[in-house]
Design a protein around this ligand. Structure first.
Ligand SMILES: [Zn+2]
Length: 433
């Protein structure tokens, strides 16, 4: 398989680290000049980028940036360029008090499509492919992020976006899709439906599945590969850093190559914030090296993984990261949406006038993830009349749907029935296996 940007993806470590240092220097100078959030922080530490950054590890003197910092800068306070230079804006789903808003200059979009082209190439995509993108097109970065990278390669892009599985399959058949981009669980939903529809998956033209968007396992990879007769690669993206394309697996399937000429990665102990050695598992922290509109310094992704520094047989020299094992904060990921259980409590409190005892439960039925919200009844959350009770449940479901973007099943359960540990009900239970 060809390497999309051989010069950049196969640099020697020395050359790469020199480039990273130069780019980091430029980034720190830029945020110092243009973003008051960073300038204030640097000043309070007496950190002057031009004097105090002589090697990459000097960045460890700087504090972390968190998702809360980004939320609090809503919408544009952390942008490093005037709005007239911003040509695209994306935003996280609104599970925070304020969503996290990110912007891109023309140059940012060019780099974004390039790194997505790199990871798609690594996953087997060429200009001869027909690629069906089932990620959401909209404020989230998934759909459009993959889209422009695939166009950059010259593949034929089918922007089918999410849902309507039978239509997806019909398109897959009729348009002779060769590459499917989807979450791992949706790839399995498609496999199920293909079976239900009596279609022989061998009759499809599919060769590769590019997976991203949720934590998954090797068993799921094998299942997708065996049922759809494809090769599946893992990919990692995060909107605050760029979107899809931050890291992606090659066909060796041994971890995701990080686009290190654009992102500087650290892995830290999420409790102490101390840097860990390569190979140790911890929280991934990323600093952008080339972003113009929305650079971030030491951003805590909340994602747990390891850096894999051993060489990859494919020839790319960029370090890989292991599959994301989960989240280290209290964020729960269901259907690719980040949900903070506490925010659900806020909504229930608004509706009932008091905070009920409740629990989020993630379930998986036939590869499809569902969110259930179990609420212990109290007088405020109980009506004698069935109709009023139903209306209350509908209101709860509707408000939560509006807020997080996926529809939960809200269930009322008996008082005291949610299991307590040390007197506390766990905010989230994962029954997805
Ligand atoms: Zn490789």
């Amino acid at each position: 398989m060809p390497i999309w940007e051989k010069d950049n993806e196969c640099m020697s470590r020395d050359e790469l680290e020199q480039l990273q240092l130069e780019r980091l220097q430029a980034t720190l100078n830029r945020v110092y000049r243009n973003v008051s959030f960073y300038r204030n922080r640097f000043k309070s530490l007496d950190f002057r980028p031009e004097d105090d950054l002589t090697e990459l590890t000097d960045i460890r003197r700087l504090p972390f940036t968190t998702s809360r910092d980004v939320s609090e800068s809503y919408p544009y306070d952390m942008f490093a360029v005037p709005l007239r230079e911003v040509v695209r804006v994306h935003s996280s789903s609104g599970t925070m008090a304020n969503p996290r808003v990110v912007g891109y200059t023309r140059q940012d979009l060019r780099i974004w499509s390039t790194i997505v082209a790199r990871i798609l190439s690594a996953g087997g995509v060429t200009q001869d492919d027909v690629i069906q993108v089932t990620f959401a097109y909209g404020l989230l970065t998934g759909g459009l992020g993959i889209h422009y990278g695939a166009e950059r390669i010259g593949a034929s892009v089918l922007p089918t976006s999410v849902g309507r599985t039978e239509r997806q399959i019909k398109i897959m058949q009729d348009f002779r899709t060769t590459v499917l981009c989807s979450t791992p669980s949706y790839a399995l939903v498609i496999a199920d439906r293909i079976e239900d529809m009596g279609i022989d998956p061998k009759q499809l033209s599919l060769k590769y599945v590019i997976c991203a968007g949720e934590p998954w396992t090797d068993a799921m990879r094998r299942e997708v590969e065996e049922r759809l007769f494809v090769k599946v690669t893992d990919n990692y993206g995060i909107s605050e850093i760029m979107g899809p394309g931050v890291a992606g697996e090659c066909l060796e399937q041994n971890g995701m190559h990080l686009q290190e000429d654009h992102f500087l990665a650290e892995v830290i102990d999420p409790e102490t914030g101390k840097n860990l050695e390569p190979g140790q598992e911890g929280e991934l922290v990323i600093t952008t090296l080339t972003k113009e509109a929305f650079p971030v310094i030491r951003y805590r992704t909340g994602d747990l993984c390891r850096i894999l520094p051993d060489p990859c047989p494919c020839g790319r020299t960029q370090n890989r990261i292991s599959r994301i094992r989960g989240r280290c904060d209290d964020v729960v990921v269901i259907k690719g949406i980040n949900i903070i259980p506490n925010r659900i409590g806020d909504i229930l409190e608004q509706i009932g006038g008091e905070r009920p005892v409740y629990q989020l439960v993630a379930t998986r039925e036939r590869h499809r993830d569902h969110l259930e919200i179990w609420v212990e009844v109290t007088e405020r959350f109980f009506h004698d009349k069935m109709r009023e009770q139903r209306t209350l449940l509908e209101i709860m479901g509707q408000k939560i749907t509006n807020f997080i973007g996926i529809t939960p099943r809200v269930k009322l359960v008996e008082k005291g029935s949610l299991r307590r540990e040390n007197g506390k009900v766990a905010a989230f239970v994962d029954r997805r296996g």
